[in-house]
Design a protein around this ligand. Structure first.
Ligand code: NAD
Length: 491
């Protein structure tokens, strides 16, 4: 699969055992550009038979030692070479991601692709540090531990960060010595399919990384039940995650679940309001709000509440929305039509619940009635109570709700009233308050006077119904390793 300067994309195929293949049934599906509603290309549409073939290829690569049998140095070097290869194809991958997802090119060039390369480098460098431990075990024996790969791991990813959420799993899984079968989201498979080719061309042995596109309910469900898969790493909705955990229990495969979120972002009256406004905007609207770790619930202390409502509405009205390939664009369209319908429905619900519309509220781009694409205006609601559905349920779109509070205790109680617990944030000039409140928030990651600052080392994951397991950082690779203890008789 390639992309030409004219932005035409060749059709995609499954990637199994180092080869691009059609689906066994010959079926293909159209992939759409959400900014134009035009078909970009077609991709092979896999079924359970294709998935089973991919698992066999990955099992073969594991059992033969083609990957886990490499020395740590060889394995690490290959991951570094993959990082270089991603950088060599950076412009192509950034364009593919922007065309497929509707992400502004400024972000795919500046974040998605460089972050993917960096993460291969980070985990590639970690391979040689995977030490075991020598332990005294009484006067007649000693023991030592080995940290071993699990075998074939299955990955399932959503549509919103196709490249990054895949690489968050692929890089540590491979660094730990596992082989992989990946099912990308139905709507956005292009960057992963291209990544598979790039990794193979960089020298990854056949069968170590395989991609099968297809429906979640068939191909994805088969990954969860397949007895040959030793671990399932899933990112997606809480509803699907719960179902997968139940299915995976039959074979007792390990599961990590990165699920939905509804982050609370707290602005105290002593905060730097200029900075808080910028961070709060990014928290709510980055990636057109299709960001699991977004902060769509803005909680504002009453003395600065009216001012923050005005500031957020003004920002929403002013942000450049439009063509993702225009470097000036900050917000692109939603990634697919069902997303647009979902956002429109939640905006109607919020209005019916009595929330006050302060900005946006309609599909399309303000002032461009003829624009095509799955656009929704950045939308701000004030006077939102914690009980409203718009404040409780995940919208996954460009919709911010603003709720007033009086005391620190009240802010913490509202923030923690959500069933989700993925991300949270707070803005204050008091060091003591910052750390006290951060410790009380039920979320896997808390940002103080910022939002969504990430490094390779910043591990994240869910509390409560946002899932379990961690990605990134040293914790990220532990999810793909198991410990063996070997005991030596010293008598
Ligand atoms: P989704 O759950 O509908 O789909 C995610 C993936 O699961 C897709 O590949 C899909 O094909 C597959 N799938 C669907 N049904 C399946 C089934 N029955 N068995 C196996 N696989 C199945 O989610 P989505 O709409 O693509 O993504 C949005 C959701 O993902 C939001 O809830 C968002 O918060 C969440 N998300 C979480 C994180 C995180 O890190 N916690 C990151 C991004 C997105």
């Amino acid at each position: 699969m390639t992309i030409q300067a004219s932005e035409t994309v060749t059709d995609g195929q499954l990637f199994i055992h180092g080869k691009s293949l059609p689906a066994a049934t010959g079926e293909t599906r159209a992939v759409m550009n959400p900014a134009t509603e035009e078909v970009i290309c077609r991709v092979a549409w896999g079924t359970v038979a294709d998935l089973d073939q991919a698992v066999s290829a990955a099992q073969g690569a594991f059992d033969s030692g083609a990957w886990p049998g490499l020395t740590f140095k060889e394995r690490g070097k290959l991951l570094l070479r993959i990082a270089d290869a991603i950088e060599e194809h950076a412009e192509e991958l950034a364009l593919l991601e922007s065309l497929d997802v509707g992400k502004p090119i400024t972000f795919t060039r500046g974040f998605d692709v460089p972050a993917a390369a960096d993460l291969f480098r980070y985990y590639g460098g970690m391979v040689e540090t995977l030490e075991g431990a020598a332990r005294p075990a009484g006067h007649r024996s000693m023991s030592y531990t080995r940290r071993e790969p699990l075998g074939v791991v299955g990955l399932i990813t959503p549509f919103n960060f196709p490249l990054n959420l895949a690489v968050n799993k692929i890089a540590p899984a491979l660094a730990a010595g596992n082989t992989v079968v990946h099912k990308p989201a139905e709507q956005t498979p292009l960057s992963t399919l291209r990544l598979a080719e790039i990794m193979f061309e960089a020298g990854l042995p056949a069968g170590v990384f395989n991609v099968v596109t297809g429906d979640g309910s068939t191909v994805g469900a088969r990954l969860a039940e397949h007895p040959g898969i030793r671990k399932l790493a899933f990112t997606g909705s809480t509803a699907v995650g719960k179902r997968l955990a139940a299915t995976a229990a039959d074979t007792l495969k390990r599961v990590t679940l990165e699920l939905g979120g509804k982050g609370a972002n707290i602005v105290f009256a002593d905060a730097d309001l200029d900075a808080a406004t910028q961070w709060a905007f990014q928290a709510a609207f980055f990636n057109t709000g299709q960001f699991c770790m977004s902060g769509p619930r803005l909680l504002v202390q009453r003395p600065v509440y009216d001012e923050m409502v005005e500031r957020m509405a003004a920002q929403a009205d002013a942000v450049p929305v439009g063509d993702p390939l225009d470097p000036q664009t900050i917000l692109g369209p939603l990634a697919h039509r069902a997303q647009l319908d979902r956002v429109a429905e939640y905006v109607s619900i919020a209005r019916a619940e009595g929330a006050k519309l302060r900005a946006g509220g309609s599909a399309g781009i303000a002032g461009q009635p003829d624009a095509r694409g799955f656009y929704f205006q950045p939308t701000v609601f004030s006077d939102v109570t914690p009980q409203m559905r718009i404040a409780r349920e995940e919208v996954f779109g460009p919709v911010l709700t603003i709720t007033p509070f009086d005391t620190d205790d009240e802010a913490v109680a509202i923030a923690n009233s959500s069933p989700f617990g993925l991300a949270a944030g707070l803005h204050t000039s008091s060091l003591r308050r910052a750390h006290q409140v951060a410790a009380r928030l039920e979320a896997g990651i808390v940002w103080i006077n910022s939002w969504a600052m990430f490094e390779n080392t910043t591990s994240f994951g869910g509390y409560k119904e946002s899932g379990y397991g961690r990605e990134l950082g040293p914790e990220g690779i532990e999810e793909y390793l198991q410990v063996k203890t070997i005991v030596v008789n010293t008598e």
